[in-house]
Design a binder for this molecule. Sequence first.
Ligand SMILES: *Cc1c(COP(=O)(O)O)cnc(C)c1O
Length: 414
Amino acid sequence: MVIDHSVAQGAYRHGVFPDEHGRFGEFGGRYVPEGLMAALIELEQSYRTARDDAEFMSELDRLLCDRVGRPTLFHQAPRFAQLLAVPGAKIYLKREDMAHTGAHKINNALGQGLLAKRMGKTRIIAETGAGQHGVAVATVCSMLGLACVIYMGAEDMRRQVSNVVRMNLLGAEVRAVQTGGRRLKDAITEAVRDWVANLDTTYYLFGTATGPAPYPMIVRDFQTVIGAEARAQILKSEGRLPDYVMACVGSGSNAIGLFHSFAGDSGVELIGVEAAGRGMETGDHAATLSVGTPGEMDGGYSYLLQDSDGQIIRTHSIAAGLDYPGVGPELSYLKDTGRVTYRTATDAVALGGMRAMSHSEGIIVALESAHAVGYLMQMARHGELSADSVTVLSLSGRGDKDLAIAAQRLGIGG
Ligand SMILES: *Cc1c(COP(=O)(O)O)cnc(C)c1O
């Protein structure tokens, strides 16, 4: 299938494109030390030139097809739909779990890897929390012949041993970060330090649609392939646009990638599902857009989970990819304009979604994606899913990485 980039470009005309300051309304921008400003501007110029270069885009399309497995599967989930007990409701799954390495993160890693090569950079650095982004970056560096250094908090490395092994096997150097809480935040600090010291040779491959401009735009654009495909696939299957389009929201890259192509279709309801963790009332959650307030973090301005003194609040989610106090500027903007509706699902609801999708359709989804699955089940139970409606549901990744947690929490296995 040829990917129709003009669909996404059509959506740009509806005012969801950042302005020349990298802003989506009041969100986004560039809050970085002087030393990084020039590098970010160089990156933006290089990216804009690459995006307009048909040869670059066709090389990207070719690799997405040959090496990532795009377009990803898109199909109905009839037995899952039956569980919902809503007459005539059809559920379609967008299967990013079928992409090489098992999640959507590779779409962005590949796009930026190619961009780095085009810019003449020979060395890629990245930071990773749970290790999923690190694995995607290490995979792309191996494919494209680029040196790769991944910064990871020592505490995260201890908890995610198998992803550390994967990255090493793929030829990446994983640098243990021993400062601060030895988590993602500290790894970002170290990666930025490396970048500032090695700007000539090094490309900083950022993993999600947050951070300073131009990263939110770049990551969004490289993830837009999800929605561009899904829009064409639903039109082919149903001959019409869906009523609901749903995705889980961590920092927001799979959600904005899916939503963007539908943003200009006013009849399509866009629903982002955040992590309610142990329950919104407990305070142990990661529902940034649902209850957060705007502020500055990681070089950009967007919704955050912060206290009244502006201190970042500790988050919790059973899904590592959703356990983050920030979210991208474009999803923040789409909250304020009302174009996207944000809802939440608890750890327990996500586990229920994981079990239901496994039992009914033979698909073991990632706990992140399971938040959207579980919320859809709740929506149906509360009578909020219309009869004869068509839903497109993003399965952002596969659940292999979550088997130990599932075994423990669902009381299954040996
Ligand atoms: C990383 C991850 C997410 C969350 O990241 P977004 O940027 O919000 O998409 C969701 N699902 C899976 C499978 C992931 O690996």
